[in-house]
Design a protein around this ligand. Sequence first.
Ligand code: B12
Length: 215
Amino acid sequence: MSTILNDIYELTVQGNYNEIGGVVQKAVDEGIKIDSIINESLSKAMLYVGDKFGEGELYMPDMLLAAKTMKTAMDILRPLMKGDENLSEKGTLVIGTVKGDLHDIGKNLVITMAEGQGFKVIDLGIDVDYEKFVEAINEHKPDIVAFSGLLTTTLGNIAEHIKTLEDSGLRKQVILAVGGAPVTREFADRYGIEIYAPDASTAAKEFVKALSEKK
Ligand code: B12
């Protein structure tokens, strides 16, 4: 890993949100790819912090500081990732974090990448109520409805999300997508969810592919 990518990794692990901005800007100015900054430094640092939290070596405030640091970095990177504003809309995506789950960093990355591919995105936020998805589908008529889930304890709520869509007669009108650290292709298959992706850039590619297959 280049020194600057390593610095970004270390600052994120330390939760140093005061210094991260300057270093990320320097990396951008040096021509380092945004993809590398996100995948090789920021996301890896979050995984490390999560692992250490799981092992009892880091604590809740450490996770919060790391999250704040990643958000500060993303505030710089996000505007650079936007697609051509003049792109005609490729489709509409409704996305939210499953009920009971407050994690949104990964979801927000997926949103940025989908917008970069020309999608109009309706972000329902975190801990989204089952009915909220129904309301959003009725209002925005999306092509894709996506769920983000980071907690194994609340991932099962996806069953209720899907049941609510089925009971409202909306399930067949949309393509479903799911992702988040504990989610796998097998998990998606179990619930009949069409799209799964392990990261945000693959997610955006899968969204585009699903729409072109639909048309
Ligand atoms: C930051 C963090 C927090 C922050 C969240 C801040 C925020 N605004 O999101 C805070 C401190 C609030 C937090 C709280 C908690 N957390 Co937490 N957290 C994390 C941590 C360290 C990083 C998550 C993250 O942002 N990763 C970086 C992003 C970029 O990655 P990502 O989310 O996986 O997203 C990528 C892909 O998964 C994919 N993707 C994501 N969504 C979607 C959606 C679609 C449709 C697709 C296709 C793809 C996709 O693309 C993304 C980009 O590449 C993880 C560790 C980990 N290994 O995940 C723990 C972790 C998820 N947390 C955990 C826990 C236990 C908690 C708490 C319960 C702690 C507590 N005791 O209170 C609470 C839960 C509160 C709640 N009800 O939600 C556990 C979960 C364990 C489990 N088995 O469920 C983890 C794994 C840590 C651990 N090892 O114990 N957490």
